[in-house]
Write a new protein. Structure first.
Length: 320
């Protein structure tokens, strides 16, 4: 049985492959991962209700997803303008989507360094680069409109803690975007071909480009040990995030999940000591209230008669 990599080993692995990461990704996916990311951003923009968006891209890597968030907002606004032009006969000037800030968050220092260089030209949007792990985010409760994590969730060993953090920092009606290589148990011919490609071909291509075969052999192993889409949906539902859109690509090799947070973050439970103290204070306040004089109760028949008199003929028709 193969020994599972530690979280620190995974972080070090991404530090090692950072210089060739983008080239390897394009070669292994033949560039189609760009289309997957674009669609993820457009679908999320369709679901979001806010305008001045705070976006956090977790496990941002070299910054690919952030590029698509910025460029995708412009495309979305252009399409919206054309749509209203067809209806109203004139072009509206106001943007339907505005990005107030993007957080680029990753555990790999070298990945963040590459992301900074790549995103230098995107100076029309405020981007803050932060280093840390997904299981403990540095953001306040309900402070982020969109959270995305593209091909990074399975690299978080404590992924359930990460999902809980996503739910904590997302605003109500906020959107969660996950692109991932999830476990695929389907046995069709196309699925078997793609599984062979993932297990044998991808590690070879990635190993040749990066000169790090160990890192890219980790890829198929991490997929086999990860969860399925059904399991992911179940875990997120417990956190108050419900499925809004899902799509599989390349015979189930890659999966897009978009969820919406339907409820506010639950209030943390107080300890028994705090609870007793609160109840004591509440009881004390109740006891200090002046007793109010109760008005004498009217006879039952008189009360019923009064209610009948207040009902209009129109309301009677509704009641019938």
């Amino acid at each position: 049985m193969k020994k599972q990599a530690t979280q620190q080993e995974i972080i070090q692995m991404f530090d090692d492959i950072a210089p060739t990461y983008d080239i390897a990704n394009r070669a292994m996916s033949f560039g189609v991962d760009i289309l997957w990311r674009k669609e993820a951003c457009q679908k999320a923009y369709q679901k979001i209700k806010s305008q001045n968006l705070i976006i956090a891209d977790i496990a941002c890597g070299s910054g690919d997803m952030i590029t698509h968030w910025i460029d995708g907002a412009k495309r979305f606004n252009d399409k919206t303008r054309e749509y209203f032009k067809d209806i109203l006969g004139k072009k509206i000037q106001q943007d339907s989507i505005k990005i107030a800030k993007i957080y680029a968050y990753d555990s790999s220092e070298k990945m963040l360094s590459i992301a900074k260089k790549k995103l230098e030209s995107k100076n029309n949007v405020t981007i803050e680069f932060l280093q840390g792990e997904a299981k403990k985010l540095p953001f306040k409760d309900e402070s982020v409109d969109i959270i995305s994590i593209a091909y990074g969730l399975r690299n978080v060993l404590e992924y359930e803690a990460a999902l809980s953090e996503f739910a904590r920092v997302l605003k109500k009606d906020g959107v969660l975007v996950i692109l991932e290589f999830l476990k695929n148990n389907q046995k069709g011919i196309a699925n078997q071909v793609m599984n062979f490609y993932t297990r044998k071909v991808l590690p070879f291509i990635g190993g040749i480009i990066s000169s790090n075969f160990k890192a890219y052999n980790y890829l198929p192993n991490s997929i086999g040990a990860f969860i399925s889409l059904t399991q992911l949906e179940s875990l997120l539902k417990k956190q108050g995030i419900t499925k809004s859109f899902t799509k599989s690509y390349s015979a189930g090799v890659s999966t897009l999940f978009i969820g919406v947070k339907k409820s506010k973050t639950p209030i943390k439970r107080t300890s028994k000591k705090d609870k007793d103290s609160t109840e004591s204070t509440t009881q004390s306040r109740v006891n200090t209230k002046r007793p109010q004089k109760k008005s004498p109760k009217k006879p039952h028949k008189q009360k019923m008669k009064s209610r009948t008199q207040k009902i209009s003929p129109k309301n009677l028709r509704i009641l019938r």
